[in-house]
Design a protein around this ligand. Sequence first.
Ligand SMILES: Cc1cc2nc3c(=O)[nH]c(=O)nc-3n(C[C@H](O)[C@H](O)[C@H](O)COP(=O)(O)OP(=O)(O)OC[C@H]3O[C@@H](n4cnc5c(N)ncnc54)[C@H](O)[C@@H]3O)c2cc1C
Length: 386
Amino acid sequence: MNSPAATRARTAAQARTRSPWNRKNPYRATLVGNQLLSRQGSSKEVRHFEFDLGDSDISYEPGDGLGVTPINDPALINAIVTRLGVPLDHGVEGHERPLSDLLMHSYELRTPGRDLLEFAAERAGNDDLAHLAVDRAARDEWSRGRDVLDVLDLIPGTVPVAEFVSALDPLKHRTYSISSTPSVHGNHVHLTVASVRHLTAGRMRTGTCSTYLADRIGDGGAGGIFPVKNKSFRLPGDDTPIIMIGPGTGVAPFRAFLHERAARGAVGKNWLFFGDRNRGSDFLYEEELVALHGRGVLTQLDVTFSRDQSDKHYVWHRMIEHGAQLFAWLEEGAHVYVCGDALVMAADVDRALLDVVTAHGRYSAEQAREYVDALRTSKRYLRDVY
Ligand SMILES: Cc1cc2nc3c(=O)[nH]c(=O)nc-3n(C[C@H](O)[C@H](O)[C@H](O)COP(=O)(O)OP(=O)(O)OC[C@H]3O[C@@H](n4cnc5c(N)ncnc54)[C@H](O)[C@@H]3O)c2cc1C
């Protein structure tokens, strides 16, 4: 029973039973693939990961996410412990495990939380830190690029270890959009992840989970994962056209959608807008997407690369350029999916969609807004942005 139809029937049956694997009880899955997707010369590092689901019975569908429980970076742990001036195996009052173990598995070391800033403000007698502790927006802005060690460095003198540990936030899992489908990729689950690495204030900083996947699990190593269902981001019926807007790692669920539609022999048209910085180095899954286009699975593939010319082009420019056709697809009943950056991209795409509807539907601004709202309420305009 390994045909795509059999796999789908099994997946649907499994989906009806609740998975025993969750945030508190992750499945230890073997990492069987870790490949660089971005090419030489890219200003980014994007990787393709594959986990073997083994005997977990984890089921997923295109559109779902995967939770990953990370382990903190030993280099950061060492630097924190050095600053605290204690050995790695230092005992912590109220805990059975030594300091290094607590910092490795249990606490968030990357983004400083409110309690830590409050603790630091009190120890340092620093009103600015006290303000950050109470003002969420100011804290978010200040925290960007900073980590727990930056906060420790603002505290003069000795830092009491147990109080410091109790001011840390618990280590959270990270969610990733799944870029595979069981119909084609069997018992494996694929992720498409941008590694967070940046130099700030003279020190290299790394994203907890993205670099745990890239650098620390190691090929053949095991990591904690669990399914994150996303029932509101699903493929429509096989004959419905879909428009997918997924720049950068936002392409992940659409790779899953396209492979699933190919496996099902779905007749609905598929249109993908993809964008990134440079075509030579950042066209993620280029061969696969071009091949899917060649086979006619991907009816239309529109790509744009912001740094290949002096004036920056983004996916929303392509949407406007193809506005007449995009509106025609909407009138045919197409579903629109957006995945990727929530901060700028999703808002730009939303504006572009409104502009397309206004221009090509010959609507007033208010009518266009109603049209797009109706797409949203009828679940034909779906977003998975982060
Ligand atoms: C539903 C959902 C789906 C997602 N799907 C994907 C996906 O498919 N692929 C993917 O790659 N991610 C995806 N993400 C994002 C992912 O969950 C993580 O947030 C991301 O990998 C970063 O986590 P991290 O642990 O590596 O970094 P963290 O340890 O969480 O650190 C991130 C912090 O680093 C700082 N930072 C990052 N870059 C810079 C910079 N250049 N300069 C200064 N500071 C910086 C910011 O303060 C940021 O908050 C998704 C998120 C959600 C909610």
